[in-house]
Design a protein around this ligand. Structure first.
Ligand SMILES: [Fe+2]
Length: 342
């Protein structure tokens, strides 16, 4: 078995490959590491055949849908998953064939209602059901402490004690544990009485994960995160530096339309000399009147340099092939002490 573990902050993803056939599966990939997974698969000569999430993640952005699309591989989750875009839904006891490897599905609800663990050879990918020295929390949507008790004490912890445990989260840099070690040392597993366990889980008082609304929205729907939208726009739009723009402004040769896409109030309180106002919210409505010549070079800017990227990408999409975005925004221009018109 070819095996790679990718840690991102506390999140763990896994690449599991069959050495004989070069087929592989990616487990719990996240959006910020897409290039790394593809690089690792290429380095090992692996063809990723499945992209799998062990459950609906609430704390990070899953790359499952994006990778499945790019790799023409099925996206896989438990059949209880709310995601409408899945290609393959699996159930307890079923196996996913990765070349000669068999990933066996163990349905383990509790952290979420769609949580599953995956068993292959000497290891179990335990998702957020069993963590090293902890368990998944049960206070997020579809969490259920009673179900987690069942999944832990009547399923996972009854597996071979020597099985290696690879969780979806680990915050202290440990790569894995074993069932035996968790039974002996995991503080949350020392309350083996159901009521005491449930009571403990209901009183953990954990803080909510950052980005929880965006993570649940995008992971459940397959929609894009804002950073993805910006990155996609940035991949289609060249940038112009502050100093380059300043040279154009000072030369006053009228070879460049400088377009301010902030709101009128911000524009009037100070803008780049000779800039023209066209708020982003009115771009599509006013573009035909305000920008009649699509062959002109257009420099778009906003306050921080993000909205201008989206506006410039829209302009390129509708035919302004020379639209570029300012690298930075009005804030950076102001801080550089460059000329401002009011
Ligand atoms: Fe989770």
């Amino acid at each position: 078995m070819i095996f790679e573990q990718v840690a991102t902050g506390g999140c763990q993803s896994y690449l599991v490959g069959c050495a004989e056939t070069c087929a592989a599966a990616l487990i719990d990939p996240q959006i910020s590491q897409i290039d790394r997974y593809l690089g690792l698969a290429a380095r090992h000569g692996l063809h990723v055949r499945y992209v799998i999430d062990t459950h609906t993640h609430a704390d990070h952005f899953s790359a499952t849908r994006e990778l499945a699309r790019r790799l023409s591989a099925p996206s896989v989750m438990h059949r209880q998953s709310p995601a409408p875009f899945l290609d393959m839904r699996v159930d307890d006891g079923e196996m996913i064939a990765v070349g000669g490897l068999r990933l066996r599905v163990l349905y383990t609800p509790g952290h979420t209602s769609d949580s599953m663990c995956l068993l292959v050879e000497d290891r179990v990918f335990s998702g957020d059901t069993l963590l090293i020295g902890a368990t998944g929390r049960t206070d997020l949507p579809s969490g259920d402490p009673e179900a987690l008790y069942e999944s832990l004490f009547h399923r996972i912890l009854r597996l071979d004690p020597l099985l290696k445990v690879f969780p979806a989260h680990e915050y202290q840099g440990r790569s894995h544990s074993t069932i035996e070690r968790e039974l002996a040392e995991n503080p949350r597993l020392q309350r083996r009485d159901r009521a005491a366990f449930v009571d403990m889980m209901c009183n953990l008082n954990l803080t909510m994960p950052t980005h929880i609304t965006e993570a649940l929205r995008t992971n459940i729907s397959g929609g894009k995160i804002i950073a993805q939208l910006l990155a996609e726009a940035a991949s289609r739009v060249p940038l112009m530096s502050l100093t380059e723009l300043k040279a154009h402004v000072e030369a006053a040769e009228n070879d460049l339309i400088v377009l301010d896409v902030r709101e009128r109030e911000a524009f009037e309180s100070g803008h780049i000399p000779a800039a023209q106002l066209l708020p982003r919210g009115q771009l599509e409505l006013r573009v035909n009147d305000d920008l009649p010549d699509p062959t002109r070079r257009i420099l778009v800017y906003c306050e921080f340099g993000r909205i201008s990227m989206l506006a410039a990408a829209t302009l390129r999409e509708i035919g302004f092939q020379r639209a570029v975005a300012l690298d930075g925004g009005m804030k950076a221009w102001r801080e550089a002490g460059y000329p401002i018109e009011t």
